[in-house]
Design a protein around this ligand. Structure first.
Ligand SMILES: [Zn+2]
Length: 55
């Protein structure tokens, strides 16, 4: 398992599952701008995949 923001291997219990994207996030990335950017990117990608990108 790797952190979806920094892609560091998560080998212990110091991580959380992000509530919006349901991916593992290490505590070092929690609530950083990097994390927010990555979540935005992922959610936008997901919206495009589902064809709900534009209103
Ligand atoms: Zn991380």
């Amino acid at each position: 398992m790797t952190c979806f923001v920094c892609e560091t291997s998560i080998t212990d219990t110091l991580f959380m599952i992000h509530s919006q994207v349901h991916l593992p996030l290490c505590l070092a990335c929690k609530e950083t701008n990097q994390e927010k950017d990555k979540v935005k990117e992922l959610l936008e990608g997901l919206a495009e995949d589902l064809g709900i990108g534009c209103i």
